[in-house]
Structures are given as structure tokens and as C-alpha cells.
Design a protein around this ligand. Structure first.
Ligand SMILES: Nc1ncnc2c1ncn2[C@@H]1O[C@H](COP(=O)(O)OP(=O)(O)OP(=O)(O)O)[C@@H](O)[C@H]1O
Length: 248
């Protein structure tokens, strides 16, 4: 795998922390999330675990600044998250993406550069290099001129991650990235996430498979609208806490 074009947070100090305090998110009359309190830092892979409707997607969107908070705060590197910024890359659930949208793999990855370039300006050499490097990292060079609708699910996932890399995002927010991938593609994605975390990125992903969670993640947050537990994955996925988390 190639070196990152622009490495992000190598230092594990408070400047590279994500801190969520007293977070509550409501949709009209439904409280989707409440009393969420945790802190994590760059270099970690955090699994969000909980039953359907537990609030995993809502937490991802709240951190990305895509849904408003009703209470509490989210700080990233000491600054309040108010709206989406290019430091956050968001991978929606597969069903939420319009895969028929006419765009090539390269075009999609180039979109990762738009926040820097501005929609009206030309690509610089740095932008081109960044796109090249992202395509290489995700092993997409041979597929770069294909339409995204013509790719397999695993390839589509990789194209979206390449866009996140080109964007030079520090925090990757991934909604069920392993869903629908075969064993080989899932294995590759697992290795890629380990590599990205090793380079200093923070990865937060909703995840359904409890069996693979300890292998794929460093920390886990158990959700059932409220926060059931948070901590190192091996201390968090205990039988008692999982029972509380998945209790009907
Ligand atoms: N746009 C919305 N409008 C109203 N209610 C919503 C909206 N999105 C989610 N909800 C509700 O908020 C709660 C949390 O939903 P969320 O999608 O965050 O859960 P989830 O843990 O990601 O579930 P799943 O595993 O099924 O994807 C649920 O009760 C859901 O019905």
C-alpha cells in the first residue's frame, strides 16, 4: 500500500481527540439517541454495536454534522462540530446511495478533492497526485474509467473509500461497511481499515457481526438509544453488556 499523500494525526494527544458529551438527538417526537458520552482518538477503530433502530446511523450522522443535536456537544480536536467539514468522510448505508448515478470511479474519487479545489477552479498537480494515490491505495487503477453502477458491491465500497482518502479526511464514518461483502472483500476491507488507523486516522463504523468485531476494531460502543457501554473491544463485548444492549 502506498504512503498517504498527507498523513494526518500522528500524535495521540488531546488535539486529536473526538469527545462526545451528553449527546441527544431527536427526530420530531422520537428520541433516537440520548446520554452519549465517550472520547476516542486518532489511530482507533471504533465499532458501533446495537440492535436495529438503536441509533448507530444517527450517531454517525451526528458526528459528521449531518443531523442536528438536541443536547450535548461533539468536539473534534478541541473545536465544536457544527456542520460537515472535509475532515470527516461519511460512507452511507448501501441502500442510501444512488448507485445508478452516472459517474466513473475516477470521477467519484475526484469529488473528494472538490472541498479543497472549489467547484469552479482547475485541478492542480497536487490534486491529480492525490487522486492517483487514492486509486492506487484502493487498487482501483484498472477500474478507474468504469461507471460505479457497473462495479460489484465490494468494488463500490472501495471507490467510496478512495474518495475519502483523496479528501484527506481524518475521521472515517462508515455505516455498515462490511454488510454485503464476501469473505475476501471483507478481509481486504479489514486490512485497509487497520492500515488507515495505523496511519493515524480515526475510524468509526456501525457493525452487525459480533464474532468479527474483536478482530476488526479496537474499541466498541454499545447502543440501545442510550449508551450501554464504551471501551476497549475485549472489555466491552461481555455477555452481560450484550444482553442489556440487545434486550427486547
Ligand atoms: N429521518 C428520520 N426521521 C424520523 N425518525 C428517524 C429517522 N431516522 C431514524 N429515525 C429513528 O431513530 C431511531 C434510530 O435509528 P438509526 O437509523 O439511527 O438506528 P440504527 O441503529 O442505525 O438502525 P439499523 O441497524 O436498522 O440501521 C429509530 O427509532 C428510527 O426509527
Amino acid at each position: 500500500m502506498s504512503e498517504p499523500h498527507h498523513s494526518c494525526c500522528e500524535h495521540h494527544d488531546h488535539h486529536h481527540e473526538l469527545v462526545v458529551q451528553g449527546l441527544r438527538v431527536s427526530y420530531r417526537n422520537t428520541v433516537a439517541l440520548k446520554d452519549i458520552n465517550f472520547a476516542t482518538s486518532c489511530g482507533n477503530r471504533v465499532a458501533l454495536i446495537g440492535a436495529n433502530g438503536a441509533g448507530k446511523s444517527t450517531l454517525i450522522k451526528a458526528i459528521a454534522g449531518l443531523v442536528p443535536r438536541s443536547r450535548g456537544s461533539i468536539h473534534w480536536r478541541g473545536t465544536t462540530v457544527r456542520r460537515w467539514s472535509r475532515e470527516f468522510a461519511y460512507l452511507p448505508q448501501r441502500e442510501e446511495v444512488d448507485w445508478s448515478f452516472p459517474i466513473t470511479v475516477r470521477g467519484l474519487v475526484e469529488m473528494g478533492r472538490y472541498p479543497q479545489v472549489g467547484w469552479w477552479k482547475r485541478f492542480s498537480r497536487t490534486d491529480d497526485e492525490s487522486v492517483e494515490s487514492a486509486l492506487e491505495t484502493l487498487d482501483l487503477k484498472d477500474l478507474q474509467n468504469r461507471q460505479i453502477r457497473e462495479l460489484s458491491g465490494g468494488q463500490q465500497q472501495r471507490a467510496f473509500l478512495a474518495r475519502a482518502i483523496a479528501q484527506e479526511a481524518h475521521v472515517l464514518l462508515l455505516d455498515e461497511p462490511f454488510t454485503g461483502l464476501d469473505r475476501r472483500a471483507a478481509g481486504q476491507l479489514g486490512e485497509l481499515l487497520a492500515q488507515l488507523a495505523h496511519e493515524g486516522r480515526l475510524i468509526i463504523a456501525s457493525h452487525h457481526d459480533l464474532g468479527s468485531a474483536p478482530r476488526l476494531f479496537d474499541e466498541a460502543l454499545l447502543l440501545a438509544t442510550h449508551q450501554v457501554a464504551f471501551g476497549a473491544v475485549e472489555h466491552t463485548l461481555t455477555t452481560a453488556q450484550l444482553e442489556t444492549c440487545f434486550a427486547p
